[in-house]
Ligand binder design. Structure first.
Ligand SMILES: [Zn+2]
Length: 188
C-alpha cells in the first residue's frame, strides 16, 4: 500500500489531494515529504474572513507544515499556497484545512503532541518527538483554546484551581480542574 493511500484513508481534505511523496533531509533529520495540490475545481478560501474567493496568484515558495512523525521520519506536508482576491479583505493568502495561521505545525500534529503532554513533561514530549519545547507549548495552547471555544460548563459543580510554573522565570499558568464525582479531574 502506498503512503498516499494510507494517508488518504485517515486525512480527508476536501478540495486538496496528496500528489507525490519522497524522502529528504530537513533540519538534519530524515523526513518524508508529502506534496499536496489543490483540486482544479476547488476555489481558495480567504484566511482573513473564511469566505471562498477567486485565485489571484500563488506564493513564490512552497511551505512545509509538519505532520505526525512515523517510522523515525519527520513528516511534512508541502504545498504552494494560493493567494485569494477577496472582496472583503483584498489579496490574502488562502486558508488550508490542515494548518492554521503562520504556525508550521499541522492541527493533527498539535493534537498529537498535546495528548502526549498529558502523559509526559513538555520537555519529555519534545525529546520523544525530536521537536522543540516551543512546539509542544504551541500545541497545548492550540488544544486549550479549542477547548475554551467549545467548552460546556453547565454540568460542572466542583472545580479545583492550581498554578504551575511555565517556562523560565516567574511565569505561571492557572490550571482549572473539574472535580465532580463523575470525572477523574479533567482540565477545563
Ligand atoms: Zn476575506
Amino acid at each position: 500500500m502506498r503512503i498516499r493511500t494510507l494517508l488518504k484513508q485517515c486525512q480527508k481534505y476536501k478540495s486538496f489531494y496528496f500528489s507525490r511523496e519522497h524522502t529528504e533531509v530537513i533540519k538534519e533529520q530524515p523526513s518524508l515529504v508529502i506534496e499536496i495540490e489543490a483540486r482544479k475545481n476547488g476555489k481558495p478560501i480567504c484566511s482573513g474572513c473564511g469566505m471562498v474567493g477567486i485565485q489571484y496568484d500563488r506564493m513564490p515558495n512552497t511551505r512545509d507544515d509538519q505532520f505526525i512523525p512515523i517510522w523515525g521520519y519527520q513528516v511534512y506536508f508541502r504545498y504552494q499556497r494560493r493567494r485569494v482576491n477577496c472582496k472583503h479583505c483584498g489579496v490574502k493568502v488562502e486558508q488550508v484545512p490542515w494548518c492554521e495561521g503562520k504556525q508550521k505545525l499541522t492541527n493533527d500534529y498539535k493534537i498529537h503532541l498535546a495528548q502526549w503532554a498529558r502523559q509526559l513533561s513538555w520537555k519529555g514530549v519534545a525529546d520523544a518527538f525530536n521537536t522543540s519545547w516551543d512546539h509542544v507549548c504551541q500545541s497545548v495552547k492550540y488544544v486549550v483554546s479549542f477547548g475554551m471555544e467549545n467548552r460546556k460548563v453547565e454540568n460542572i459543580e466542583a472545580i479545583g484551581v492550581d498554578e504551575v510554573q511555565h517556562g523560565k522565570g516567574h511565569q505561571y499558568i492557572t490550571l482549572v480542574y473539574q472535580l465532580d464525582e463523575s470525572t477523574s479531574g479533567s482540565c477545563i
